[in-house]
Design a protein around this ligand. Structure first.
Ligand code: SF4
Length: 130
């Protein structure tokens, strides 16, 4: 059985915090924890497609959201995923007041640094789950 933790970012198109959510998830699943985690496209989850439901339902999931709407967390739950941890980009951003993170299409150095910080938090949680 596939035990990989599903790490799902919100879409967040047009917002730098959405880009940070997606980048943090990619860093986690591709660089930090490729053997223990994988991501699933939120837009696919939202369709309710049978194949994606089978990937999510009953599995441990970590969601990463770029704003209080919490689209990733809500939709993973609706699909039957077990949301073990809700990562909120804004919580980490708040610890870096006054910094510029970049634009919705390109992160600055501070944005990259915060992405790494969020990715480390996700990776730590994945290790705890394992
Ligand atoms: S959580 Fe916020 S930033 Fe992310 S997809 Fe939803 S509305 Fe967009």
């Amino acid at each position: 059985m596939d035990k990989k933790v599903k790490v799902v970012p919100c879409s967040g198109i047009g917002k730098v915090y959405g880009l940070m959510a997606r980048e943090a998830v990619l860093k986690t699943v591709m660089e930090l924890c490729p053997e223990k985690s994988e991501t699933v496209c939120l837009a696919w989850i939202v369709t309710g497609d049978k194949e994606v439901k089978e990937k999510i339902e009953g599995f441990d999931c970590i969601t990463v959201d770029g704003c209080p709407k919490m689209c990733a967390s809500k939709n993973v739950s609706i699909s039957g995923g077990i949301v073990i941890e809700e990562i909120k980009v804004l919580e980490t951003v708040k610890e870096h007041k006054g910094k510029k993170f970049g634009s919705p299409i390109q992160l600055d150095a501070d944005g990259e640094a915060v992405v790494s910080e969020i990715a480390e938090k996700i990776a730590k949680k994945i290790e705890e789950i394992y």
